[in-house]
Design a protein around this ligand. Structure first.
Ligand code: CO8
Length: 375
């Protein structure tokens, strides 16, 4: 159990206005694949090239539970000749895309926590990718919101949000910040390989934001005391993205398949589910809780079958929909933001004293969790 008390006092959720259904996505992928196969018919017939297999909306729902996803920019993604969003380049004197997403979510979190810029001492932007290396997106957001103190970016793929909340809690406990604004601008679509049948459906764009502060300063209507938290990493190459600043020096093409997100999905599924269940039990134990006391599970949102398997391992039964809310059906996998979207949309109805658990898992591998109690 933590000695001093920190609280999640406000959350924000920015959802893009554009969405893409499985049917739309499959139509454009299949048009691309058929065109590719026709164009390379001779090489495919000679066995020098593999034909692109076709995708199906039925497979996507059955294998993942995803029905649609939100995207920051829709233009370009469904064009079989392009298969990537067309996002206009912004000048250096303009607000960056990720800062814009971040600010929209941050303002909501600050309002929910009854906090102004003057109450916050630190900003962490934590996500799977930042669109540039420096100046940090977090410092740009800090400046735009008029927050003093310090700000930095951190990257931990799918566990970026839970890991950052834990660092925020430690900063409040250490007295280095009175309140911390944690933001997860997950702009995944530029790194999603929409030409890859096995992964073209997985990701969506979103931004979440959270305020972490001391119990003593919390005036929010819906505050959640952090009882225990744990972060764990176990190295694995099964989920990788190789895009990076070395590509020029490597004489490599940034558009090669291995520079986009790619994974051994089956292996990830098999290896990560038991690790996540064990990790969660450990965090609850640290909080002095057992699984039967948890009213709500805000689980990582990558795949509905993973969530059901983990919930069954923990509870010995299927969870009721309100016990472990699913948002991936319309948001898809939003990297680190999934469990916080679920938290944002499904936390106000809990009663004072109710326990809940936030957990993320994914690339690294990385697993992060927080056991919380409603004030
Ligand atoms: N349409 C039709 N058929 C398909 C499709 C498709 N789109 N894709 C695969 N198939 C076929 C396969 O070829 C295979 O056929 P066969 O049986 O003949 O070989 C069959 O369907 C089954 O394929 P799989 O075994 O691959 O299918 P699964 O049931 O395992 O489902 C999943 C695939 C959905 C990928 C599943 O394995 C899964 O969800 N795994 C875990 C995923 C996960 O959590 N990954 C973490 C990723 S996120 C992360 O950590 C990093 C975030 C960074 C952000 C990234 C931004 C871009």
């Amino acid at each position: 159990m933590q000695t001093s008390k920190t609280v999640i006092s406000g959350t924000g959720l920015w959802t893009p206005e554009h969405s893409i259904s499985n049917e739309e996505l499959v139509l454009s992928y299949n048009a691309y694949a058929e065109h590719y196969n026709a164009e390379h018919a001779d090489q495919i017939a000679a066995g020098d090239l593999e034909a692109k297999p076709l995708s199906s909306a039925e497979f996507i729902v059955k294998a993942s539970g995803i029905k649609s996803r939100y995207v920051y920019v829709k233009d370009g993604i469904l064009d079989p000749a392009r298969m990537t969003p067309k996002i206009p380049l912004r000048q250096e004197n303009e607000l960056s895309d990720q800062a814009e997403m971040s600010i929209a979510a941050a303002r909501q979190a600050m309002a929910a926590a009854n906090k102004t810029a003057g109450d916050i001492d630190a900003v962490i932007v934590s996500c799977a990718y930042t669109q540039r290396y420096y100046p940090a997106i977090a410092i740009e957001v800090q400046h735009a919101l008029g927050i003093k103190g310090f700000a930095f970016d951190m990257l931990v793929a799918c566990s970026a949000a839970t890991f950052a909340l834990q660092r925020a809690s430690e900063m409040v406990n250490a007295g280095t910040a009175r309140a911390v604004l944690v933001i997860n601008p997950e702009l995944t679509s530029p790194q999603n390989n929409f030409r890859d049948r096995d992964s073209h459906f997985i990701f969506g764009d979103v931004a979440t934001a959270t305020i972490v502060e001391s119990e003593a300063t919390c005036t929010a209507e819906h505050g959640y005391e952090i009882l225990a938290m744990r972060a764990e990493t176990i190295f694995s190459n099964n989920i990788r993205s190789n895009i990076g600043y070395m590509l020029n020096a490597n004489d490599d093409n940034p558009f090669r398949e291995y520079n986009f997100f790619h994974q051994e999905g089956r292996k990830v599924f098999k290896e990560v589910c038991p690790m996540a269940a064990e990790h969660i039990v450990g965090t609850l134990g640290k909080a002095g809780l057992d699984v039967t006391q948890v009213k709500r599970w805000w689980l990582h949102q990558a795949n509905i079958n993973m969530n059901q398997l983990i919930a069954r391992k923990l509870l010995g039964r299927d969870p009721a929909p309100e016990e472990a809310p699913i948002v991936l059906d319309r948001y898809a996998n939003t990297a680190s933001a999934g469990s916080l979207i679920a938290f944002n949309l499904h936390h106000e109805d809990l009663a004072s004293g109710d326990y809940g658990l936030i957990c993320s898992f994914g690339a690294g591998y990385s697993i992060g969790s927080l056991a919380v109690r409603k004030r």
